[in-house]
Design a protein around this ligand. Structure first.
Ligand SMILES: CC(C)NC(=O)[C@H](Cc1c[nH]c2ccccc12)NC(=O)[C@H](CCCC/N=C(/NCCC(=O)O)S[C@H]1O[C@H](COP(=O)(O)OP(=O)(O)OC[C@H]2O[C@@H](n3cnc4c(N)ncnc43)[C@H](O)[C@@H]2O)[C@@H](O)[C@H]1O)NC(=O)OCc1ccccc1
Ligand SMILES: [Zn+2]
Length: 296
């Protein structure tokens, strides 16, 4: 790849305006401006926790209490401590407004509107940034947000696979259990259990009682929505890569995939990141500043 990436805003806007299928890929940097720690940045999660122990199926089978405490801390950050969507989330959310689309992306094909947002984040802040949009715009836009690594707002039963949605307002059963403890091991029996209907074969017998796990994708597990993501990337002619170190696969391979098919890539990151030398556009700095500026 010969040329170095451009940071010419007008050139980027012209490229965006002629794009038919725009996709956004987001990582932890998108939510850094909301006070949520990243993974590899200063004070990041992976500096304080062993990835294998807290973000793998094996880790959960060995130490379910430790993993639950790690995700309770994540839940605290995102939900209980009221993290709010920042200007980067709102700039991306504005791409769901038909008036904004008409102005910045008039060539966007209706089937690709609003632009798809593929997020590696589990914090639900991109959805919350849609808060003040009219119902139908918000609904349409929510369907265009793919949480490929799951969500901190949901738990999954390890036996019946039932998904439980604990809304931010009422604390999850875990909160009660964790609140009691000083970080020491929580007995397996006290960890969150499935209240879903239990089924043995064809007859039903009350509560499933299976051990719940955070409904997030751990290392070694297949990310969510991979079929839809692969299909949509095939036709993507402009990929915005926002706040990700591009070190975790399969997300880390999306940009090269789009480039290979003749699409363009624009990277928004606080600093240089893996593979950004192959991008067409590179906007360095806090994305809560660069995105509103470039999309504004
Ligand atoms: C470590 C890495 C080498 N390992 C992997 O990639 C593994 C193994 C692997 C698979 N393929 C490979 C190929 C090569 C090598 C390894 C592999 N991948 C997997 O296991 C994946 C599953 C991985 C998912 C793991 N779960 C997460 N999260 C959920 C839980 C949780 O959140 O706890 S990953 C987690 O870490 C990743 C962290 O990356 P970032 O979000 O980028 O955060 P990071 O801190 O690293 O960087 C932040 C960036 O933001 C920038 N920034 C900071 N502030 C700002 C700011 N203000 N503005 C702008 N930018 C900013 C910084 O400069 C920095 O660049 C995210 O994906 C995040 O979700 N599963 C899978 O491959 O299954 C098979 C498969 C695949 C496809 C189809 C079929 C089968
Ligand atoms: Zn169950």
């Amino acid at each position: 790849m010969s040329s170095t990436p451009s940071s010419d805003v007008a050139a980027f806007r012209a490229a965006l305006a002629s794009s038919k299928n725009i996709i956004v890929l987001a990582g932890a940097g998108l939510s850094a401006g909301s006070g949520i720690k990243t993974f590899r940045g200063a004070g990041g999660f992976w500096h304080q926790h062993d990835i294998q122990a807290v973000a793998s199926t094996e880790g959960f089978n060995e130490h379910p209490s430790l993993v639950w405490q790690f995700y309770y801390e994540r839940r605290e950050e995102c939900v209980l401590l009221e993290a709010k969507p920042n200007r980067a989330h709102h700039a991306l959310a504005s791409l769901s407004d038909p008036l904004v689309i008409a102005r910045v992306a008039p060539s966007l094909e209706a089937v690709n509107s609003p632009p798809l947002l593929i997020t590696q984040n589990i914090d639900s802040l991109s959805q919350r940034a849609l808060g003040d949009f009219p119902e139908e715009v918000r609904k349409a836009a929510e369907e265009r947000i793919l949480e490929m690594h799951g969500s901190i707002l949901t738990t999954r039963c390890t036996s019946c696979q039932h998904i439980h949605r604990s809304s931010p307002s009422n604390p999850s059963p875990l909160a009660a259990a964790l609140a009691k403890r000083d970080g020491s091991d929580i007995p397996l029996a006290e960890l969150p259990r499935c209240g879903g209907d239990g089924w043995a074969g064809s007859n039903r017998y009350g509560r499933c009682g299976g051990l719940l796990r955070p409904n997030v994708i751990w290392f070694g597990e297949v990310p969510e929505h991979m079929g839809e993501i692969a299909r949509k990337l095939n036709w993507c002619d402009m990929l915005l890569v926002v706040g990700t170190s591009s070190l975790v696969h399969p997300a880390a391979g999306f940009a090269a995939n789009v480039k290979k098919r003749g699409g363009k890539v624009a990277v928004f990151n606080l600093e240089r990141s893996r593979g950004d030398e192959d991008a067409d556009f590179l906007f360095l700095g806090p994305c809560e500043e660069t995105l509103p500026q470039v999309l504004g």
